[in-house]
Design a protein around this ligand. Structure first.
Ligand code: DGL
Length: 267
């Protein structure tokens, strides 16, 4: 990039904690020239425990304020629990593109051969109208099992913080995902919380049989690229990202350099 071209305005990637990093890393791979400003609302974690109205008001206010302060080119709500509530009111409030993360029910139904699909999410996401609507529209003939896991997002936070993940707790949490019916078995598990892909190696280790774990993060990064007009409007596209262009902010003010390191080495 020539010295006269400043870095592109960042994309604001938002979650309740480290989970949104599973999405931010895919954005980094696909759009390596685009600065990421990752905001972890760790003061509000876990979103899975919040009542709907309170979470909607909280996220819309916080995101509208962040858009004012940080002037991003787009917002990616890298959180299913928030996206299933906040997308419409936030789009009505801000004038930049807002990309959401919602349970990948359509691709799961298309991919399943057994017709038995599980949606693994927070306890809040599995009772949302948004989720039931996706099932009605895109998977009317698929047997969907909804599993609201209470402790998985916390285990992912443990992992990122360098604490040991208790595999027996993990195994208990995912046991209801695995269904056998009339000789058929669950063959696709939708990771409908952005924290869960961070635990993928551990999930594979404790799963009673092999399944397709569907992580929507690559599709979300592609969606962002599309809404940004495939980067045509950015003179920085294709150029190296200047050092220090990425940021990670925690709403508690906690130091988040460990997350910045995850972004710097997407793998
Ligand atoms: N990462 C969030 C999601 O995708 C939720 C984790 C939480 O705060 O409960 O749903």
């Amino acid at each position: 990039m020539s010295a006269s071209v400043p870095p592109a305005p960042p994309v604001l990637v938002f979650d309740s904690g480290a989970g949104g990093m599973s999405v931010a890393r895919q954005i980094r791979c696909l759009l390596p020239w685009l600065p990421v400003c990752f905001v972890a609302d760790d003061a509000g974690f876990p979103y899975g425990d919040w009542p709907e109205e309170a979470l909607t008001a909280h996220c819309v206010e916080l995101l509208a304020r962040l858009v004012d302060e940080l002037r991003p080119c787009a917002v990616v709500i890298a959180c299913n629990t928030a996206s299933t509530l906040v997308l419409a009111p936030l789009r009505a409030r801000v004038s930049i593109p807002v990309v959401g993360t919602v349970p990948a029910i359509k691709p799961a139904a298309e991919r399943s051969r057994s017709g038995l699909v599980t949606v693994l999410a927070t306890p809040a996401t599995v009772i949302r109208d948004y989720t039931f609507d996706l099932i009605r529209r895109f998977a009317p003939d698929t047997a969907i099992t909804l599993v609201g896991a209470r402790r998985l997002a916390g285990l992912a936070e443990d992992l990122v913080a360098g604490r040991e993940v208790d595999l027996s707790v993990l195994a208990e949490e995912i046991a209801p995902c695995f269904v056998e019916k009339n000789g058929a078995r669950t063959d696709v598990v939708v990771l409908a919380c952005t924290h869960y892909p961070l635990l993928l190696p551990q999930l594979m280790k404790v799963a009673p049989w092999e399944v397709d774990w569907l992580d929507p993060a690559p599709a979300i990064a592609r969606r962002l690229a599309n809404v940004l007009g495939e980067a045509a409007m950015f003179p920085q596209a294709g150029a190296a990202l200047p050092a220090g262009a990425d940021r990670v902010i925690a709403t508690t003010g906690t130091d988040m350099s460990r997350l910045l390191a995850l972004l710097a080495h997407p793998g």
